[in-house]
Design a binder for this molecule. Sequence first.
Ligand SMILES: CSC[C@H]1O[C@@H](n2cnc3c(O)ncnc32)[C@H](O)[C@@H]1O
Ligand SMILES: [Zn+2]
Length: 438
Amino acid sequence: MREEKLIKATWVLPAWDREPLYQGAIFIRKERIIEVGPAQELRERYPAVPVEDLGEALIFPGLVNAHTHASMTIFRGLAEDLPLMTWLHEYIFPVESRLRSEWVYWGAKLALCEMLRSGITAVCDMYLFEPYVIRAVEEAGVRAALGEGLFDFPSPGYGPLEEGLRLTEDLLRAFAGHPRIRVMVMPHAVYTCSPETLKKAARLAERYGARLHIHLSETAEEVSQCLERYGRRPVAHLEVLGLLGENLHVAHAVELTDEEIELLARKGVSVAHCPESNLKLGSGVARVPEMLEAGVRVTLGTDGPASNNDLDLLSEMRTAALLQKGLRRDPTVLPAREILRMATEEGARALGFERCGRLEPGYEADLAVLDLTRPDLAPVHDPLALLVYSARAGAVREVMVAGQWLMREGQILTLDEEETRHWVAGIAQEIREFLGKS
Ligand SMILES: CSC[C@H]1O[C@@H](n2cnc3c(O)ncnc32)[C@H](O)[C@@H]1O
Ligand SMILES: [Zn+2]
């Protein structure tokens, strides 16, 4: 395998806050970016390095899906048009009680194929039987921050909670120092984890210097249940239990007061905004402009494919932007640049991948390539706006993580897409049978 590469394209967008380069190139050595600049200059500087010309295309920083449950592809379309608590308690938790490790493995592989196709190079995943997601992630070659989802009731993945904590600890040890995989401690939510469980999770994270991830303030019902049970809202609940801090990454944060936004900002908590799942489950709309204004680190996630119902972060960027503009009757709210920041650099930082999310010297060579020969991506007045407002998953042609091509000319190199679809079709049939659906 070549240690050095020079890739060039008609456009290179180095980062959310940088101007796009026309006829740009990137010089990569092993997994790192050494230099980004005009193609002609880089060719002259590195004459011995073969040039890979990507032609009429836009090279951009790989996207970061900051919250998902990848394996839930197997449940896509199973329970529709329901509010979160009904969806979870009456449909998803019962079917998940029959979950099997190979379902999680093949479901994750299908999800990774889909995510690669929308230019995602890093993902934050919380699920059950997570070691099987890790297997899929290792095969795919993407970057991931992940953990076994923990709740008080017995899990099909690990049994009683103590086993879940032990499994998390084993994973923390096994993947310490891994170049692409970070293990996080992942209690599911305040309504499925007792205060004792949350404290145990926080202690475990602290012992290993790990990050914590939890669903937080996703719906009004979650807030009222928390008030009823503990006499305080979810954010205050986590504060009292000592969870709010820079190592905490929360999903959703739809139901926040001004004071809660201030507190999250002050404590350095990051938020994964998941607008399409929040819309589809009728949960509401997160107060993203207020969070950004207050200094909260906002990232972007798809949430699981059973509540979104896709894993296309390009379309998520568009939804996130359009939603706030429409709600506020103000097109200047959440400009494309800010959206790209959330989907790249901010996501990477929230997951602990400090040298990802930008195409700059010293950063990991995690990037994706948009095919600009498509009619829906012409003409190119503004590459950044094109990426945020016009691009869809199908337009991503290449993906590279840590200097390795994972997708070339529309072909995923590391996973067998056909085989994966075939396995998932079989699993879906099994699921339908035990649900008495066919
Ligand atoms: C404990 S593993 C993860 C757990 O989360 C469930 N889940 C999927 N989507 C959501 C959501 O939007 N809010 C809360 N919980 C969700 C998933 O089904 C697993 O049980
Ligand atoms: Zn979720």
